[in-house]
Design a binder for this molecule. Sequence first.
Ligand code: KIV
Length: 269
Amino acid sequence: MQKDQSGKKEMKKWNVQAVRAAKGKEKLGCCTAYDACFAALADQAGVPVILVGDSIGNNVLGYRTTLPVDIADIVAATAAVARAVKDALVVADLPFGSYQCGEDAALANAVACIKAGADAVKLEGGEEFAPLIRRIAACGIPVLAHVGMMPQSVNAYGGFRKQGKTREDADKVVRDALAVEAAGAFAVTLECIPSELAAQITATVAIPTIGVGAGPVCDAQWLVMHDLLGLNERSPSFAKQYANLRDVVRDAFAAYVGEVRAGSFPPSR
Ligand code: KIV
């Protein structure tokens, strides 16, 4: 534990054991960040877990999906975030193609994320990826699993669709959560599943569940930074906007351009 910059608030240094220990005791508001500037602000505000998500694809790199994101994109962003963060746990998201083409390549990419400064890696996949999770975790790399709606499978779903809606699908998501827990994942992301199913899984597994579009009962929540700050033109319906930076930033740019045009900036000395 340490004091924050003002010397008042108790700040906590987060690690995977602390995240596990928070289950049932403290609800964690976690978010993504993709650069040093915003990661430092999230860290100073007390965000416990910062994910360098493959959502960098949609939010920063201008892609429509996360699929074109490369391991080099994640490694570079992870290094920037890790340099800026003091207390939060930094998790690097393994992007599409970086862990599906063989366990050796997957392990090498997980190692690259840790060398860039990540404390843990995240990957999408349930039962089928349990052996890989076990192998990465056995090398001392904490793994955060991700089940339910897995955006890297958007083409297989035929769109970004809520998962676990039928009995059969819900049973599969439960099996996935149990499999990744048994394989050694320290936490599991539950994305876009019915809140009753998320509640059932949260009560069943001993590791923390981190929900995104999965209702209020999860042990923790994710929000994508650009949704949280109101930087995106459109956000998913489950995402809450805590600021309207889109207008603030656009107005600031416009004021600057206007003042230069008018000759009022820079001031004459
Ligand atoms: O990449 C991402 O932003 C994510 C979160 C939605 C969990 O995977």
